[in-house]
Design a protein around this ligand. Sequence first.
Ligand code: DGY
Length: 333
Amino acid sequence: RNMASQRKHKVLVTRTVPQAAIEILKTSQSCDLDYWDSEDPIPRDELLKRVAGLDGLYCLLTEKIDSELLDAAGSQLKVVSTMSVGYDHVSIPETTKRGIAVGHTPGVLTDATATLTVALLLATQRRLIEAAGEVKNGGWGTWKPLWMCGPTLSGSTVGIVGFGRIGIAVAQRLAPFGVTRFLYCDVHKKSESQEKLVSPKAEHVDMDTLFKESDFVTAHTALTPETAGMFNKDAFSKMKSNAVFVNTSRGGVVNQDDLYEALKTGQIWGAGLDVTVPEPLPTNHPLLSLNSCVVLPHIGSAEDSTREAMATLAARNLLAGLAGESLPAQAKL
Ligand code: DGY
């Protein structure tokens, strides 16, 4: 086979990613690689220029993959591979219409994201950020029985919205803290064996019941037209006044104005968010003025080996798509 005479696949990688992924693409010798080797997102106009004539696009959740972009790419585009498990930034109707394969990175970030979720839940419930701040700003007086207290995790009911890979892993990590009940909502009731992956066994309930009976509510759903803004005034009004709400999924599932009101008025006790709209959240955002709200900068999967696993899976998805093979991890249509 004469590689030189064989046309290489035109590929764009839209950000600096772990080097192992770039090595995979280079080693394949099948890619003519355009690499936006920068910590910052590629500007939209630059992206629209560079996608022209691509066979494969390796992107992140910061790139909106819509009809405009797909048209700019051209009909030869075979595969879009995102280095993320979430793919709400990819218009699946548009890729499907054009016969473009879409790859994502499920599984490899489940542990990291579930662990961060627990860390964020604990940080919110035990007021870690606020408390550490008091040490630095002189607010630490003497030991006081009623100071820096929060709701109790042991003996609590935890409600999991979206009982998939990450939701289940969160429940498993919380179980050893002595949680008494796990409630979950999901599009589908899970099998008995899935419900038993956590002890005590998770109970499938309707959303109202979950909101009303949970001391902790944690969101692990994909962002879809059905889930957009689902944590709104109505939802928060059903929750307990000592409820802690945690979101490590997508900011778009929360109505942030309603969340602010719910926290401000004491409708719920606290919130921990790893995802917001927009990202970054402006530093003058009202949510940041509340001690009861802990906001992290979308770091759910931020572990070295996790990011490397995501990057290399995305590279393998890309190569499979270019070769016309089925993807190791294909997005659901
Ligand atoms: C994802 O993968 O969808 C996260 O938001 C980033 O890890």
